[in-house]
Design a protein around this ligand. Structure first.
Ligand code: ATP
Ligand code: MG
Length: 337
């Protein structure tokens, strides 16, 4: 059987540079490289979107989000399937079954849940449970490879655990995705990508972060993006060094430069190591990001809504077929059918 690569980006608000460098671009590269031998599923996790306040209209955000993959260079072909999660009811149905084998303890350990909810009783149950929905997203299609940023690795491990637990209890049903270490290797990386918040570089850049200057949006005007980079928090060591632990701000800038220009990080470090010109480095990074945004935003205009809706129509047909077959298998295994 053909292996499957699968990914999705929540559409609660505009995508950030972190989403682009950590998830979108790696997925586009993998899809272009492997879509002749693998199935490539690019889905819009619209059900995930409503766990937090949504900016704009989900229906148009969904269309827009697929344009982002195309603008990032994705070459469409018949092995690439685009679909909206809410149009494939099996996602929500499998979530229920998986909820009944997931434990409260393992769910409470999820860092993303802790960060998003502050563990407050008033936070919604969706924030607690969305990693199970994510497991369903992956397991319905037997996805082996799930390229995501480092912040999602814990959820991939949870998915593996749930799949193995189900298989042990009810018999071989799910393909277990490969470990996060192998996911990273598959992406051609040494470690997972975690772009930092520009104002508080000890945190990751998030689209739902509130601070104006903490994130670069792919929709930011290039001039605004330049200003944000010029005001990024660095450190007071007075010497550039790549060290995420001690100097996350400056290391983040070096990493952004490397990924945006597709130049090895070692080369960028060699250029800037031990120099004192923080301002010059910022200008250099700002220029690279400015060029990226200018180019990307122009490409986004190339695709019509109708074209994306046609891709969804085909993809949702395919997705319902695959997902319903797997769901039926699950229902048989737990003796509901
Ligand atoms: P939110 O704050 O709403 O959770 P987010 O920016 O974390 O938004 P998600 O939709 O949760 O975005 O994640 C989409 C993809 O982007 C995932 O694969 C995730 O790992 C990746 N990603 C998110 N933030 C970063 C980041 N700072 N660096 C690298 N990858 C990231
Ligand atoms: Mg997130």
């Amino acid at each position: 059987m053909k292996k499957t690569i699968l990914t999705g980006l929540r559409i609660n608000s505009e995508f950030t540079l972190g989403n682009y460098l950590g998830a979108l671009l790696p997925m586009v590269r993998l899809a272009n490289k492997y879509s002749s031998e693998f199935n490539v599923n690019i889905f819009v996790p619209d059900l995930h979107s409503i766990i937090s306040p949504v900016e704009g209209d989900i229906k148009s955000n969904a269309i827009n989000s697929i344009k982002h993959y195309l603008a990032a260079g994705l070459e469409v072909n018949e092995n690439i399937h685009f679909y909206r999660q809410s149009r494939v009811p099996a996602h929500a149905e499998l979530t229920w079954v998986l909820n009944c084998i997931a434990s409260m303890g393992e769910m409470k350990r999820m860092t993303q849940y802790k960060e998003k909810s502050n563990e407050k009783d008033s936070s919604n149950v969706g924030i607690f449970d969305y990693p199970v929905l994510m497991a369903a997203d992956i397991l319905l299609y037997g996805a082996t490879f799930v390229p995501v940023g480092e912040d999602q690795f814990q959820h991939i491990e949870l998915t593996r655990n749930l799949a193995e637990r189900f298989n042990n209890r009810f018999g071989e049903t799910f393909v277990v995705p490969v470990s996060t270490k192998e996911q990273v290797e598959f992406m051609g990386l040494k470690e997972g990508i975690r772009i930092r918040d520009l104002s508080s570089p000890e945190k990751k850049m998030s689209k739902s972060a509130l601070g104006e200057n903490s994130k670069i949006l792919l929709s930011d005007s290039p001039e605004i993006a330049v200003k944000k980079i010029m005001s990024a928090t660095t450190d007071s060591f007075g010497e550039i060094k790549f060290d995420f632990k001690e100097r996350p701000g400056i290391s983040n800038l070096l990493q952004i430069a490397s990924l945006v220009q597709d130049r090895p990080i070692e080369e960028i470090i060699e250029d800037w190591n031990k120099k004192a010109q923080y301002g010059e480095l910022k200008k250099y990074v700002a220029k690279a990001v400015k060029n990226l945004l200018t180019d990307f935003q122009a490409k986004l205009m190339d695709y019509s809504d109708d074209y994306i809706l046609r891709l969804f129509a085909e993809g949702e047909n395919y997705a319902n077929r695959i997902a319903n077959a797997k769901l039926n298998d699950v229902y048989e295994k737990v003796s509901l059918r």
